[in-house]
Design a protein around this ligand. Structure first.
Ligand SMILES: [Mg+2]
Length: 367
């Protein structure tokens, strides 16, 4: 009896530390992908090879990296989950307020769909009517953290992804892509082996009435099964210049990489960045998915040491995730860790200057 009780306590603790590690790994994995990909955003695969032929590292500011909207949105989702205790309606209302104030801090590089919806929120639209008609990447970039949080609770995960997506994007494709990302993240949480041959059984649900999504899943799975590189996959699928901000282009590349490297964050993020185009977002999504599987300690530690931002520092994100895990276990809402908005505004003004200076530097050779 005592043995049984001890085993049960141990299993519970293992579950707890595992769940906590998944959300922390997911958020930090997203931040790493974002910070490694950001300096290369909008340039081609060929130019990235010329600029950085060796192993990738952070390089935005003297060898250190910063985060952008992709990670900030994942933090906003985590805060709204903590404040709502995972109740979908409360989550939507809370997230809507956070997006309003996030816009007020003048974030650089905000997507058009997200900008239009945040303005609609300020004009008084409720969170379920504020989405802009856009099939951009916004919903996908904040979806892995929901997969890590909800895990195998399909109903909870799908409800939360639907709310999170529709706040900014009303196009059904953007939501379906976000559902696939959260589902994939949750699938890989246990120690199961992921196989591209099972793509249909993993994600077929969302492709039932969507021929484009069905074809995309088949292409990505086949390419991964053939062990093609992501760059070659891009060349074969009209993305020679890089991955666009259209959700289905991004989803195809993300899945192609995830099928092959779902437990290796460094390789997955490197492949994502080397495809060119929307590098920070593609790498942030891949990093968020893989990080949920590997946990914090499975992430490349040399990259984590060079991630340097404020007020959303690595330490800040770690304690936000601890709070999120406690909240998931207890089901009790809490007041989440916050960012003092004037600090975020000051940081963003400095960030715009850094990004501009980096942009000018990129005009110089090698081409
Ligand atoms: Mg970004």
């Amino acid at each position: 009896m005592l043995n049984q009780a001890m085993t049960s306590t141990r299993n519970n603790n293992e579950f707890r530390s595992g769940a906590s590690d998944a959300v922390t790994g997911s958020l930090l994995g997203c931040a790493l992908g974002d910070s490694i990909g950001l300096p290369f955003e909008g340039i081609s695969a060929r130019r990235i090879r010329r600029l950085n032929p060796g192993p990738l590292r952070q390089r935005l500011l003297f060898g250190y990296g910063m985060i952008s909207d992709d990670t900030e949105h994942s933090c906003i989702v985590a805060q709204a989950l903590i404040a709502s205790g995972g109740d979908a309606g409360a989550f939507g209302r809370n997230m809507a307020w956070r997006l309003r104030w996030w816009l007020a801090t003048l974030p650089a590089g905000i997507g058009l769909g997200t900008l239009r919806s945040a303005i609609k929120l300020w004009l008084g639209f409720p969170y379920h009517q504020s989405g802009a008609r856009s099939a951009g990447n916004g919903p996908m970039m904040r979806s892995a953290i929901i997969g890590a949080y909800a895990g195998g609770d399909d109903r909870l995960r799908e409800d939360l992804v639907a709310v999170s997506s529709r706040i900014t994007h009303s196009d059904a494709r953007a939501e379906r892509a976000a559902q696939v990302i959260a589902c994939a993240t949750a699938l890989a949480l246990d120690n199961e082996t992921i196989s591209p041959a099972r793509a249909e059984s993993y994600f077929g649900k969302w492709a039932r009435n969507d021929e484009a999504l069905k074809a995309l899943l088949q292409r990505a799975a086949q390419s991964a099964a053939d062990n093609q590189s992501a760059q070659q996959f891009c060349v074969d699928n009209d993305m020679r210049k890089g991955v666009s901000g259209f959700c289905y282009s991004t989803l195809a590349v993300v899945l192609q990489i995830w099928f092959r490297h779902y437990d290796d964050a460094e390789t997955a993020i490197t492949e994502a960045v080397r495809c060119g185009g929307d590098t920070d977002t593609v790498a942030a999504i891949v990093g968020g998915m893989v990080g949920a599987r590997t946990g914090r300690h499975g992430l490349p530690q040399h990259w984590l040491r060079c991630l340097n931002d404020w007020p959303r520092s690595v330490k800040w994100m770690e304690s936000l995730c601890d709070q999120l895990s406690q909240c998931r276990e207890s089901g009790v809402r809490q007041r989440p860790k916050y960012v003092f908005y004037p600090f975020a505004l000051a940081r963003n003004l400095l960030f715009i200057l850094i990004v501009l200076a980096h942009g000018f530097r990129r005009l110089a050779p090698p081409y």
